[in-house]
Design a protein around this ligand. Sequence first.
Ligand SMILES: *[C@@H]1O[C@H](CO)[C@@H](O)[C@H](O)[C@H]1NC(C)=O
Length: 378
Amino acid sequence: MGKLLLSQGQVSILFSAVIVFLFTLALFLSGFVLQQRYVHSLHLAIKPRLPKPLPAQAPLQPPTLDAKWARGMGERLEVDESVQQRMDAASIDWSRLGYVQVVKDHSELCSAIMLLADLQAKRSPAKRVLMFPTAWVKETSEEDWNAQMTTTKRLLRTAARRHGAKLVPIEPTEAGADESLASSYSIAAMYSLTSYERLIYLDGPGVVLDASALDSLLAFSPSTPMNAFPATPERKELSTSLLLITPSHERYRQLKERRLSQRSTDLELLRQTFDTPASLIAESTLAMGNVVYESQGLREASDDFNVTAFHERTTFVRLRERDMAGPEYDVPYTEWARLRPQNAQAREAWESMYETFRQRRMEVCGLDLEYWVGPGGV
Ligand SMILES: *[C@@H]1O[C@H](CO)[C@@H](O)[C@H](O)[C@H]1NC(C)=O
């Protein structure tokens, strides 16, 4: 019996060991629980959003485009929650759907990457593709080195590594054309991306406020060669502000041949090739709110303009004013104050778009605004 009794010293050592063990266990368990919670929220954060169904194909009265924001508040129509669309949502092959940017000039590169970065930040599950002149990645000799090319190469690396963009170099449309001229390239090049079923092209510079409407368009639209946003509410001509296309070798060849036979801008080329209204995006798309909105519309906003409603229902804001340099430029304050919207709520929306652009430009490209040389100088 005496042998089993522990001395006082031994008891206290045993007691301490148990205490240490219990504390270690408690520490481990709390760490484990915290980690599980963190992993769960991480899962939620990186999980791509599934798209909402497209609106019902009911005709809209009256067919207004962005004009409705200038006039007052438009109502959003009910979406078409048909069983078919909801069933299809789970089986969408996102590897065949994507957003494409076609860059022809160094000055456009940052804005193109910003749009792809915005779509990534808004957790779009679709692919991102960046097309740019092959000349930019050709080996350059010591003499050819310049600061612009260094920035371009850095931005291309950023696009691929940080924003998961697939880099696709393109050749001039016409063999032997000047590789350094933007006009030697065409957005028709995106028709060569035949591994994709549908692609959306957005005309920057701009800000993507919400990717879900664009994802819905990608996911549920029929595959037709061209689905373009109309230039005006009358739906007479297409614009290049948003293009939803299905690439094909045949279309690519056709566009290339047409372009070779006569020099034309991309807009002219597309207008000549695709008939309207057959190649225009469905009118029911208007029920999704402002899928594409041009910032200058805010300068004609009506008195009852509501900035909260605007943010809630707007998808892509293209930053473009008739009489002002692009958002990449540092416009002098007097000029800025003269051009901004008069209406207080519209001004808030307008200024926040330009400010968001400026901040994103720094975050995504590490670039400040460009020096503005005055009217006519840009
Ligand atoms: C603006 O719109 C929001 C959201 O649609 C709404 O809650 C708010 O009441 C509106 N404000 C005014 C002044 O109409």
